[in-house]
Design a protein around this ligand. Sequence first.
Ligand code: SDX
Length: 381
Amino acid sequence: MSNCEYKPGLEGIPATQSSISYVDGQQGILEYRGIRIEDLAEHSNFLETSYLLIWGELPSATELEAFEHEIRYHRRVKYRIRDMMKCFPESGHPMDALQASAAALGLFYSRRALDDPTYIRAAVVRLLAKIPTMVAAFQNIRKGNDPVRPWDDLNYAANFLYMLNEREPDQLAAHVFDVCLTLHAEHTINASTFSAMVTASTLTDPYAVVASAVGTLAGPLHGGANEEVIQTLEEIGSVENVDAYLENCLQRKSKIMGFGHRVYKVKDPRATILQKLAEQLFEKFGRDEYYDIAVALEKAVTEKLGNRGIYANVDFYSGLVYRKLGIPTDLFTPVFAIARVAGWLAHWKEQVEENRIFRPTQIYTGPHDFQYIPIDQRRDF
Ligand code: SDX
Protein backbone atom coordinates (compact mmCIF):
# COMPACT_ATOMS: atom_id res chain seq x y z
CA MET A 1 0.00 0.00 0.00
CA SER A 2 1.45 3.37 -1.04
CA ASN A 3 1.40 6.41 1.24
CA CYS A 4 1.18 8.89 -1.66
CA GLU A 5 -1.92 11.06 -1.90
CA TYR A 6 -3.90 10.20 -5.00
CA LYS A 7 -4.95 13.19 -7.12
CA PRO A 8 -7.42 12.28 -9.90
CA GLY A 9 -6.17 13.68 -13.20
CA LEU A 10 -2.84 14.43 -11.46
CA GLU A 11 -4.26 17.86 -10.65
CA GLY A 12 -1.54 20.15 -9.33
CA ILE A 13 1.15 17.44 -9.43
CA PRO A 14 4.33 18.53 -11.26
CA ALA A 15 5.20 15.74 -13.70
CA THR A 16 8.19 17.43 -15.32
CA GLN A 17 10.45 20.49 -15.37
CA SER A 18 10.28 22.51 -18.55
CA SER A 19 11.50 25.84 -19.91
CA ILE A 20 9.23 25.81 -22.98
CA SER A 21 6.10 27.65 -21.84
CA TYR A 22 4.45 29.13 -18.78
CA VAL A 23 0.84 29.68 -17.75
CA ASP A 24 -0.40 31.83 -14.88
CA GLY A 25 -3.98 30.65 -14.63
CA GLN A 26 -5.05 33.26 -12.08
CA GLN A 27 -3.92 36.21 -14.16
CA GLY A 28 -4.48 34.76 -17.63
CA ILE A 29 -0.84 34.91 -18.72
CA LEU A 30 0.70 32.61 -21.32
CA GLU A 31 4.35 32.83 -22.37
CA TYR A 32 6.37 30.80 -24.85
CA ARG A 33 10.03 30.79 -23.76
CA GLY A 34 9.26 33.85 -21.64
CA ILE A 35 7.59 35.87 -24.44
CA ARG A 36 3.93 36.85 -23.96
CA ILE A 37 1.47 35.19 -26.34
CA GLU A 38 0.02 38.61 -27.21
CA ASP A 39 3.45 39.76 -28.49
CA LEU A 40 3.98 36.60 -30.51
CA ALA A 41 0.49 36.83 -32.00
CA GLU A 42 1.15 40.40 -33.06
CA HIS A 43 4.77 40.29 -34.19
CA SER A 44 5.83 36.70 -34.89
CA ASN A 45 4.55 34.00 -37.21
CA PHE A 46 3.97 30.29 -36.77
CA LEU A 47 7.29 29.02 -38.13
CA GLU A 48 9.34 31.57 -36.22
CA THR A 49 7.38 30.68 -33.07
CA SER A 50 7.94 26.96 -33.73
CA TYR A 51 11.67 27.60 -34.01
CA LEU A 52 11.55 29.53 -30.73
CA LEU A 53 9.68 26.72 -28.97
CA ILE A 54 11.85 23.91 -30.29
CA TRP A 55 15.32 25.50 -30.19
CA GLY A 56 14.72 27.81 -27.25
CA GLU A 57 15.49 31.17 -28.86
CA LEU A 58 14.27 33.41 -31.65
CA PRO A 59 16.10 32.62 -34.89
CA SER A 60 18.29 35.16 -36.71
CA ALA A 61 17.02 36.19 -40.15
CA THR A 62 19.41 33.68 -41.79
CA GLU A 63 18.38 30.85 -39.45
CA LEU A 64 14.70 31.53 -40.05
CA GLU A 65 15.15 31.64 -43.80
CA ALA A 66 16.99 28.31 -43.76
CA PHE A 67 14.28 26.74 -41.56
CA GLU A 68 11.45 28.00 -43.78
CA HIS A 69 13.29 26.80 -46.86
CA GLU A 70 13.75 23.28 -45.42
CA ILE A 71 10.08 23.11 -44.51
CA ARG A 72 8.95 24.19 -47.98
CA TYR A 73 11.22 21.53 -49.48
CA HIS A 74 9.73 18.75 -47.33
CA ARG A 75 6.02 19.57 -47.68
CA ARG A 76 5.23 16.80 -50.15
CA VAL A 77 4.25 13.36 -48.86
CA LYS A 78 5.14 10.06 -50.48
CA TYR A 79 2.62 8.70 -52.98
CA ARG A 80 2.34 5.53 -50.89
CA ILE A 81 1.06 7.55 -47.94
CA ARG A 82 -1.44 9.28 -50.24
CA ASP A 83 -2.48 5.85 -51.59
CA MET A 84 -2.83 4.53 -48.06
CA MET A 85 -5.15 7.46 -47.27
CA LYS A 86 -7.28 6.61 -50.30
CA CYS A 87 -8.14 3.33 -48.53
CA PHE A 88 -9.46 5.12 -45.45
CA PRO A 89 -13.28 5.31 -45.22
CA GLU A 90 -14.56 8.75 -46.28
CA SER A 91 -16.82 8.75 -43.24
CA GLY A 92 -13.87 8.32 -40.89
CA HIS A 93 -12.88 11.23 -38.68
CA PRO A 94 -9.95 13.28 -40.06
CA MET A 95 -8.21 13.04 -36.65
CA ASP A 96 -8.09 9.26 -37.03
CA ALA A 97 -6.77 9.66 -40.58
CA LEU A 98 -4.12 12.05 -39.28
CA GLN A 99 -3.09 9.75 -36.45
CA ALA A 100 -2.68 6.82 -38.83
CA SER A 101 -0.77 8.93 -41.38
CA ALA A 102 1.56 10.42 -38.77
CA ALA A 103 2.36 6.93 -37.51
CA ALA A 104 2.91 5.75 -41.09
CA LEU A 105 5.69 8.33 -41.55
CA GLY A 106 7.71 6.20 -39.14
CA LEU A 107 7.70 3.39 -41.73
CA PHE A 108 9.47 5.61 -44.23
CA TYR A 109 11.90 7.37 -41.91
CA SER A 110 12.70 4.51 -39.59
CA ARG A 111 16.26 5.42 -38.58
CA ARG A 112 16.29 6.43 -34.94
CA ALA A 113 19.24 8.49 -33.64
CA LEU A 114 17.98 10.54 -30.74
CA ASP A 115 21.45 11.82 -29.83
CA ASP A 116 22.12 13.12 -33.35
CA PRO A 117 21.12 16.81 -33.86
CA THR A 118 20.85 16.26 -37.63
CA TYR A 119 18.30 13.48 -37.07
CA ILE A 120 16.35 15.64 -34.59
CA ARG A 121 16.23 18.55 -37.03
CA ALA A 122 15.19 16.34 -39.95
CA ALA A 123 12.35 14.83 -37.91
CA VAL A 124 11.19 18.29 -36.75
CA VAL A 125 11.22 19.61 -40.32
CA ARG A 126 9.45 16.58 -41.77
CA LEU A 127 6.67 16.58 -39.20
CA LEU A 128 6.04 20.32 -39.36
CA ALA A 129 6.15 20.22 -43.16
CA LYS A 130 4.06 17.11 -43.84
CA ILE A 131 1.28 17.18 -41.23
CA PRO A 132 -0.63 20.03 -42.97
CA THR A 133 -0.21 18.28 -46.33
CA MET A 134 -1.67 15.08 -44.87
CA VAL A 135 -4.65 16.90 -43.30
CA ALA A 136 -5.42 18.62 -46.63
CA ALA A 137 -4.86 15.39 -48.59
CA PHE A 138 -7.47 13.47 -46.58
CA GLN A 139 -9.93 16.31 -47.03
CA ASN A 140 -9.48 16.21 -50.82
CA ILE A 141 -9.47 12.43 -51.03
CA ARG A 142 -12.71 12.07 -49.08
CA LYS A 143 -14.37 14.53 -51.48
CA GLY A 144 -13.31 12.24 -54.33
CA ASN A 145 -10.51 14.53 -55.54
CA ASP A 146 -6.77 14.08 -55.88
CA PRO A 147 -4.66 15.69 -53.16
CA VAL A 148 -3.48 19.19 -54.09
CA ARG A 149 0.29 19.57 -54.36
CA PRO A 150 1.81 22.14 -52.01
CA TRP A 151 2.55 25.50 -53.66
CA ASP A 152 6.14 26.49 -52.96
CA ASP A 153 5.53 30.23 -53.43
CA LEU A 154 3.13 30.35 -50.50
CA ASN A 155 4.04 30.55 -46.84
CA TYR A 156 3.08 27.87 -44.33
CA ALA A 157 -0.40 29.13 -43.44
CA ALA A 158 -1.36 30.29 -46.95
CA ASN A 159 -0.20 27.01 -48.45
CA PHE A 160 -2.45 24.99 -46.13
CA LEU A 161 -5.52 27.05 -47.06
CA TYR A 162 -4.52 26.73 -50.71
CA MET A 163 -4.23 22.92 -50.46
CA LEU A 164 -7.69 22.75 -48.88
CA ASN A 165 -9.51 24.87 -51.45
CA GLU A 166 -7.20 24.82 -54.48
CA ARG A 167 -7.22 28.59 -54.74
CA GLU A 168 -4.84 31.19 -53.41
CA PRO A 169 -6.23 32.47 -50.10
CA ASP A 170 -7.00 36.07 -49.29
CA GLN A 171 -4.09 37.77 -47.46
CA LEU A 172 -6.06 38.60 -44.33
CA ALA A 173 -7.40 35.04 -44.17
CA ALA A 174 -3.88 33.61 -44.43
CA HIS A 175 -2.60 36.03 -41.80
CA VAL A 176 -5.42 35.21 -39.37
CA PHE A 177 -4.86 31.49 -39.89
CA ASP A 178 -1.15 31.92 -39.17
CA VAL A 179 -1.96 33.73 -35.90
CA CYS A 180 -4.34 30.87 -34.97
CA LEU A 181 -1.47 28.41 -35.45
CA THR A 182 0.79 30.52 -33.23
CA LEU A 183 -1.87 30.64 -30.51
CA HIS A 184 -2.34 26.87 -30.52
CA ALA A 185 1.33 25.91 -30.82
CA GLU A 186 2.07 25.14 -27.18
CA HIS A 187 0.45 25.03 -23.75
CA THR A 188 2.64 23.46 -21.04
CA ILE A 189 1.86 19.90 -19.98
CA ASN A 190 -1.67 19.53 -21.34
CA ALA A 191 -3.07 16.02 -21.97
CA SER A 192 -1.74 15.54 -25.52
CA THR A 193 1.69 16.94 -24.63
CA PHE A 194 1.85 14.67 -21.61
CA SER A 195 0.97 11.78 -23.89
CA ALA A 196 3.77 12.86 -26.27
CA MET A 197 6.22 13.05 -23.36
CA VAL A 198 5.32 9.62 -21.99
CA THR A 199 5.74 8.13 -25.45
CA ALA A 200 9.00 10.06 -25.98
CA SER A 201 10.35 8.79 -22.67
CA THR A 202 10.45 5.24 -24.03
CA LEU A 203 12.90 6.54 -26.68
CA THR A 204 10.64 5.51 -29.52
CA ASP A 205 10.63 7.47 -32.79
CA PRO A 206 9.15 10.99 -33.09
CA TYR A 207 6.42 9.84 -35.51
CA ALA A 208 5.04 7.52 -32.81
CA VAL A 209 5.31 10.42 -30.34
CA VAL A 210 3.22 12.70 -32.57
CA ALA A 211 0.75 9.92 -33.45
CA SER A 212 0.09 9.24 -29.76
CA ALA A 213 -0.41 12.95 -29.10
CA VAL A 214 -2.83 13.31 -32.04
CA GLY A 215 -4.95 10.48 -30.58
CA THR A 216 -5.04 12.26 -27.23
CA LEU A 217 -5.86 15.67 -28.66
CA ALA A 218 -8.90 14.25 -30.46
CA GLY A 219 -11.07 13.82 -27.36
CA PRO A 220 -13.94 16.26 -26.63
CA LEU A 221 -12.48 17.27 -23.26
CA HIS A 222 -9.32 18.49 -25.05
CA GLY A 223 -8.83 19.62 -28.69
CA GLY A 224 -12.06 18.01 -29.87
CA ALA A 225 -14.06 20.63 -27.95
CA ASN A 226 -13.70 23.18 -30.79
CA GLU A 227 -15.81 20.99 -33.07
CA GLU A 228 -18.43 20.50 -30.35
CA VAL A 229 -18.69 24.25 -29.72
CA ILE A 230 -20.10 24.73 -33.23
CA GLN A 231 -22.56 21.88 -32.62
CA THR A 232 -23.62 23.65 -29.41
CA LEU A 233 -24.17 26.95 -31.25
CA GLU A 234 -26.17 25.11 -33.92
CA GLU A 235 -28.28 23.42 -31.27
CA ILE A 236 -28.98 26.74 -29.49
CA GLY A 237 -30.06 28.23 -32.81
CA SER A 238 -30.75 31.80 -31.68
CA VAL A 239 -29.75 34.30 -28.97
CA GLU A 240 -33.20 34.01 -27.34
CA ASN A 241 -32.55 30.32 -26.59
CA VAL A 242 -29.23 30.83 -24.81
CA ASP A 243 -30.56 31.12 -21.23
CA ALA A 244 -32.84 28.09 -21.56
CA TYR A 245 -30.00 26.04 -23.09
CA LEU A 246 -27.64 26.96 -20.28
CA GLU A 247 -30.24 26.28 -17.59
CA ASN A 248 -30.87 22.85 -19.09
CA CYS A 249 -27.12 22.06 -19.16
CA LEU A 250 -26.72 23.13 -15.55
CA GLN A 251 -29.70 21.04 -14.43
CA ARG A 252 -28.38 17.99 -16.26
CA LYS A 253 -24.86 18.79 -14.95
CA SER A 254 -23.52 18.53 -18.50
CA LYS A 255 -20.38 20.41 -19.55
CA ILE A 256 -20.64 23.47 -21.78
CA MET A 257 -18.07 22.96 -24.50
CA GLY A 258 -15.40 25.62 -24.87
CA PHE A 259 -15.60 26.62 -21.20
CA GLY A 260 -13.53 25.73 -18.16
CA HIS A 261 -9.88 24.88 -17.84
CA ARG A 262 -7.71 22.96 -15.40
CA VAL A 263 -5.27 25.88 -15.13
CA TYR A 264 -7.06 29.10 -16.15
CA LYS A 265 -9.49 30.50 -13.61
CA VAL A 266 -10.05 33.60 -15.80
CA LYS A 267 -10.72 33.94 -19.54
CA ASP A 268 -8.07 32.14 -21.58
CA PRO A 269 -5.86 34.86 -23.17
CA ARG A 270 -5.97 32.93 -26.45
CA ALA A 271 -9.78 33.14 -26.48
CA THR A 272 -9.53 36.93 -26.19
CA ILE A 273 -7.18 37.10 -29.20
CA LEU A 274 -9.27 34.62 -31.20
CA GLN A 275 -12.41 36.65 -30.58
CA LYS A 276 -10.65 39.73 -32.01
CA LEU A 277 -9.48 37.72 -35.02
CA ALA A 278 -13.04 36.55 -35.63
CA GLU A 279 -14.22 40.15 -35.58
CA GLN A 280 -11.52 41.16 -38.10
CA LEU A 281 -12.72 38.43 -40.45
CA PHE A 282 -16.38 39.41 -40.02
CA GLU A 283 -15.55 43.00 -40.88
CA LYS A 284 -14.06 41.92 -44.20
CA PHE A 285 -16.14 38.87 -45.11
CA GLY A 286 -19.46 39.43 -43.29
CA ARG A 287 -20.68 38.41 -39.86
CA ASP A 288 -21.22 34.80 -38.84
CA GLU A 289 -24.78 34.00 -37.77
CA TYR A 290 -23.43 32.09 -34.75
CA TYR A 291 -21.25 34.89 -33.42
CA ASP A 292 -24.06 36.66 -31.56
CA ILE A 293 -25.11 33.37 -29.99
CA ALA A 294 -21.51 32.75 -28.93
CA VAL A 295 -21.17 36.19 -27.33
CA ALA A 296 -24.51 35.75 -25.52
CA LEU A 297 -23.50 32.27 -24.34
CA GLU A 298 -20.16 33.53 -23.05
CA LYS A 299 -21.93 36.32 -21.14
CA ALA A 300 -24.47 33.92 -19.62
CA VAL A 301 -21.83 31.31 -18.64
CA THR A 302 -19.62 34.00 -17.12
CA GLU A 303 -22.54 35.32 -15.06
CA LYS A 304 -23.54 31.86 -13.82
CA LEU A 305 -20.19 30.10 -13.52
CA GLY A 306 -17.54 32.82 -13.47
CA ASN A 307 -17.46 32.76 -9.66
CA ARG A 308 -16.34 29.10 -9.96
CA GLY A 309 -13.52 30.04 -12.34
CA ILE A 310 -15.28 28.80 -15.47
CA TYR A 311 -14.63 31.04 -18.47
CA ALA A 312 -14.19 30.69 -22.22
CA ASN A 313 -11.14 28.66 -23.24
CA VAL A 314 -9.12 28.49 -26.47
CA ASP A 315 -11.63 26.17 -28.12
CA PHE A 316 -14.58 28.54 -27.76
CA TYR A 317 -13.88 31.12 -30.48
CA SER A 318 -11.46 29.15 -32.69
CA GLY A 319 -14.29 27.35 -34.51
CA LEU A 320 -15.93 30.64 -35.49
CA VAL A 321 -12.64 31.80 -36.99
CA TYR A 322 -12.13 28.52 -38.86
CA ARG A 323 -15.71 28.55 -40.16
CA LYS A 324 -15.15 31.98 -41.64
CA LEU A 325 -11.94 30.69 -43.25
CA GLY A 326 -14.01 27.98 -44.95
CA ILE A 327 -12.55 25.12 -42.92
CA PRO A 328 -15.02 22.23 -42.40
CA THR A 329 -16.05 21.60 -38.78
CA ASP A 330 -14.42 18.18 -38.48
CA LEU A 331 -11.08 19.69 -39.55
CA PHE A 332 -10.99 22.06 -36.58
CA THR A 333 -9.17 19.58 -34.35
CA PRO A 334 -6.72 18.48 -37.09
CA VAL A 335 -5.93 22.19 -37.54
CA PHE A 336 -5.26 22.39 -33.79
CA ALA A 337 -2.92 19.40 -34.28
CA ILE A 338 -1.05 21.13 -37.14
CA ALA A 339 -0.17 23.90 -34.70
CA ARG A 340 0.43 21.76 -31.62
CA VAL A 341 3.02 19.62 -33.46
CA ALA A 342 5.43 22.46 -32.65
CA GLY A 343 4.81 22.12 -28.90
CA TRP A 344 4.88 18.32 -28.99
CA LEU A 345 8.23 18.40 -30.79
CA ALA A 346 9.65 20.95 -28.35
CA HIS A 347 8.69 18.65 -25.45
CA TRP A 348 9.97 15.57 -27.32
CA LYS A 349 13.37 17.25 -27.75
CA GLU A 350 13.44 18.45 -24.13
CA GLN A 351 12.42 14.99 -22.90
CA VAL A 352 15.04 13.00 -24.82
CA GLU A 353 17.78 15.47 -23.87
CA GLU A 354 17.34 14.53 -20.22
CA ASN A 355 15.32 11.37 -20.28
CA ARG A 356 13.93 9.15 -17.61
CA ILE A 357 11.10 6.82 -18.57
CA PHE A 358 7.71 7.84 -17.12
CA ARG A 359 6.61 5.14 -14.76
CA PRO A 360 4.36 6.50 -11.99
CA THR A 361 2.84 4.35 -9.32
CA GLN A 362 -0.78 3.47 -8.56
CA ILE A 363 -2.91 2.80 -5.55
CA TYR A 364 -4.23 -0.74 -5.94
CA THR A 365 -7.89 -1.11 -4.93
CA GLY A 366 -8.51 -4.74 -5.93
CA PRO A 367 -8.46 -7.98 -3.91
CA HIS A 368 -5.46 -10.17 -2.96
CA ASP A 369 -5.02 -13.92 -2.75
CA PHE A 370 -8.19 -14.75 -4.66
CA GLN A 371 -8.55 -18.38 -5.47
CA TYR A 372 -8.56 -19.45 -9.15
CA ILE A 373 -11.85 -21.27 -9.93
CA PRO A 374 -11.79 -23.73 -12.85
CA ILE A 375 -14.29 -22.77 -15.58
CA ASP A 376 -16.59 -25.78 -15.05
CA GLN A 377 -17.05 -24.77 -11.41
CA ARG A 378 -18.02 -21.13 -12.15
CA ARG A 379 -21.63 -20.06 -11.89
CA ASP A 380 -23.56 -18.21 -14.59
CA PHE A 381 -25.07 -14.96 -13.42
C1 SDX B 1 -8.05 22.39 -24.16
O1 SDX B 1 -4.81 21.62 -20.52
C2 SDX B 1 -4.69 22.42 -21.51
O2 SDX B 1 -3.85 23.27 -21.53
C3 SDX B 1 -5.65 22.17 -22.66
C4 SDX B 1 -5.70 23.25 -23.76
C5 SDX B 1 -4.41 23.27 -24.58
O3 SDX B 1 -4.08 24.31 -25.15
O4 SDX B 1 -3.77 22.20 -24.70
O5 SDX B 1 -5.93 24.54 -23.21
C6 SDX B 1 -6.81 22.93 -24.79
O6 SDX B 1 -8.14 21.19 -23.99
C7 SDX B 1 -9.12 23.34 -23.71
C8 SDX B 1 -10.28 22.65 -22.97
C9 SDX B 1 -11.32 22.16 -23.99
N1 SDX B 1 -12.37 21.38 -23.35
C10 SDX B 1 -13.62 21.84 -23.17
O7 SDX B 1 -13.96 22.98 -23.49
C11 SDX B 1 -14.58 20.85 -22.59
C12 SDX B 1 -15.41 21.50 -21.50
N2 SDX B 1 -14.58 21.78 -20.36
C13 SDX B 1 -14.41 20.83 -19.39
O8 SDX B 1 -14.88 19.54 -19.48
C14 SDX B 1 -13.37 21.07 -18.30
O9 SDX B 1 -13.46 22.39 -17.89
C15 SDX B 1 -11.92 20.71 -18.63
C16 SDX B 1 -11.80 19.28 -19.18
C17 SDX B 1 -11.34 21.66 -19.65
C18 SDX B 1 -11.09 20.78 -17.32
O10 SDX B 1 -11.45 19.73 -16.50
P1 SDX B 1 -11.07 19.63 -14.95
O11 SDX B 1 -9.97 20.53 -14.59
O12 SDX B 1 -10.93 18.17 -14.65
O13 SDX B 1 -12.36 20.18 -14.24
P2 SDX B 1 -13.66 19.35 -13.87
O14 SDX B 1 -14.22 18.71 -15.08
O15 SDX B 1 -13.33 18.44 -12.70
O16 SDX B 1 -14.59 20.50 -13.41
C19 SDX B 1 -14.49 21.12 -12.12
C20 SDX B 1 -15.84 21.71 -11.79
C21 SDX B 1 -16.94 20.65 -11.90
O17 SDX B 1 -17.98 21.04 -11.01
P3 SDX B 1 -18.13 20.29 -9.59
O18 SDX B 1 -18.24 18.81 -9.86
O19 SDX B 1 -16.89 20.64 -8.81
O20 SDX B 1 -19.39 20.88 -9.01
O21 SDX B 1 -16.20 22.71 -12.75
C22 SDX B 1 -17.33 22.29 -13.51
C23 SDX B 1 -17.44 20.78 -13.30
O22 SDX B 1 -18.73 20.33 -13.46
N3 SDX B 1 -17.04 22.57 -14.93
C24 SDX B 1 -17.96 22.86 -15.83
C25 SDX B 1 -17.25 23.04 -17.05
N4 SDX B 1 -15.95 22.85 -16.82
C26 SDX B 1 -15.83 22.57 -15.53
N5 SDX B 1 -19.28 22.98 -15.76
C27 SDX B 1 -19.94 23.27 -16.91
N6 SDX B 1 -19.32 23.44 -18.11
C28 SDX B 1 -18.00 23.34 -18.18
N7 SDX B 1 -17.39 23.51 -19.36
